[in-house]
Design a binder for this molecule. Structure first.
Ligand SMILES: [Zn+2]
Length: 475
């Protein structure tokens, strides 16, 4: 009630502003091409954005006042017509501002009736609480013809009325002029019901002539198929009221390089909104590879989202290496291996023994006690005939595992001195080993002094020209 005098003063300036606003809001062409984007209410579509709703030939722009709530805080989207297409007067004759029969009521009713069904069906009625005029509200018609306190549409912006007065361009609603509480209520002659932010209704004095525009609450899906663009610096969402849900195309699948992952994507053909799903991939062996034929693994991608179909991919596995290749890897008797410059021959793969076939070409050569072939340790137990032939070796040290010196082992070589570290030589295993050689001395160098003496004594018994094939000095 206290606002009555203050608001009376607004009259003159309001009238002028209406025409200015109308002129300014001539629709400009779209500044940018459509972006590919979907609108999620509250996240993408925000307060102050424009929602351009279409349905067939019908098209209207609305300012989004609250994307996720109605003006009284319930679920919905609060919108208001963007722009003033008409002057709405409550009482052109200045006698009454009653809702019933007013041009405001007529305008709003017609506006509501012209909404396409797809839009009209989404308009939410908001229950308001009449705190000041009691049951008088129920005497007045709602837009949809009912007589209840659940008003469906068309709140008229009180704040905009204020904005007209001050010349400010405020797009969000504050209080919403609704309608007069009663047609013949003298006490409320100059008053109109105002719906406050919390939904309560108060009676305020207003001018007989005011500009307003329809505002209402829409029930929209939270994820709207809308295409984003910009107009005069304002975000505009273009949506088809008949197809507010997305129109998804066929799913596209992409396998990872190693086939262990598969991603499915479905994309809205209108706004580009994409749903991306990662599948769980299972691998089964359809056919094991053999030496002759390739094998086959089957990769099956299963998606949690039923909009994606299970994907299957067959991957060929190369056939196994041939048997001959496999065999060559096996260590067999007689096989030769070059290790650290010397050539060895396998004597027994089972006993893991080798002989030295050709020694490395160095002046002083030591026969190792063992060598490694494919990671396995083999004892060097024998020296083959002419193992040192055509080399520069003059001195040979014979390792502790050597048991056999083949006939003519030193033939054709420059070896003059041999050192024995082995205790394993026998008369029968050294026959003619020195034949055709230049060896002059053989020195026994095994274990302790006592042991060495013992072995030397034993060797002296058969290290003779008749056995060796050449006379040498043994010491
Ligand atoms: Zn879409």
């Amino acid at each position: 009630m206290k606002k009555k005098n203050k608001e009376k003063k607004w009259h003159a300036s309001v009238k002028k502003s209406v025409f200015c606003m109308a002129a300014c809001l001539t629709l400009a062409g779209l500044a940018k091409p459509w972006d590919v984007h979907a609108a999620v209410l509250g996240e993408d579509m925000k307060q102050g954005n424009i929602l351009e709703l279409q349905s067939g030939d019908w098209k209207e722009d609305y300012v989004v006042l609250n994307p996720t709530e109605t003006n009284v805080g319930t679920s919905g989207t609060f919108v208001m017509l963007n722009g003033y297409y008409d002057k709405i007067m409550f009482d052109e004759k200045g006698e009454s501002n009653a809702w019933e029969g007013s041009s405001a009521q007529k305008y709003c009713t017609e506006y509501y009736r012209k909404l396409p069904v797809t839009v009209k069906d989404r308009v939410i009625g908001v229950r308001t609480t009449d705190t000041e005029s009691g049951s008088a509200w129920l005497d007045v018609s709602n837009i949809d013809g009912t007589k209840t306190d659940k008003d469906k549409v068309f709140f008229l912006s009180f704040k905009e009325y204020d904005a007209y007065r001050t010349g400010a361009n405020l797009s969000s609603g504050y209080k919403w002029l609704l309608r007069c509480p009663g047609t013949d209520c003298s006490e409320y002659h100059d008053y109109i019901g105002v719906v406050d932010n919390d939904g309560s209704i108060h009676n305020y004095s207003i001018e007989h002539l005011i500009a307003a525009r329809p505002g209402f609450n829409l029930r929209l899906p939270s994820d709207i198929c809308a295409v984003k663009t910009e107009k005069d610096g304002v975000t505009v969402w273009k949506a088809d009221a008949d197809k507010l849900g997305h129109t998804y195309g066929a799913p596209v699948y992409e396998w990872s390089k190693d086939n262990r992952g598969c991603t499915g994507t479905i994309r809205c053909e209108i706004c580009g909104e994409s749903i991306v799903e990662k599948a769980t991939v299972f691998v089964t062996s359809e056919k094991k590879p053999t030496a002759k034929e390739n094998g086959m693994d089957v990769y099956t991608a299963i998606f949690p989202d039923e909009r994606f179909q299970t994907q299957v991919k067959n991957i060929s596995i190369e056939k196994l290496p041939s048997k001959t290749e496999t065999k060559s890897k096996k260590i067999t008797a007689g096989a030769k291996y070059t290790i650290a410059g010397s050539v060895y021959k396998v004597l027994s793969p089972k006993a893991k023994t080798v002989s030295i076939v050709k020694a490395k070409n160095v002046k002083s050569y030591t026969i190792s006690s063992t060598v490694k072939i494919q990671g396995k340790t083999f004892k060097v137990t024998q020296i083959e005939t002419k193992a040192f032939k055509d080399s520069k070796i003059v001195k040979v040290t014979i390792g502790k595992n050597v048991k056999v010196l083949k006939p003519k082992a030193f033939a054709g070589s420059k070896v003059t001195k041999v050192i024995l570290k082995t205790k394993n030589l026998k008369k029968s295993t050294i026959k003619n080993c020195m034949k055709s050689s230049k060896v002059k001395t053989i020195q026994v160098k095994v274990g302790t002094k006592k042991e060495n003496k013992k072995i030397l004594k034993a060797y002296k018994k058969f290290f003779k020209k008749s056995v060796l094939g050449r006379s040498v000095r043994l010491f």
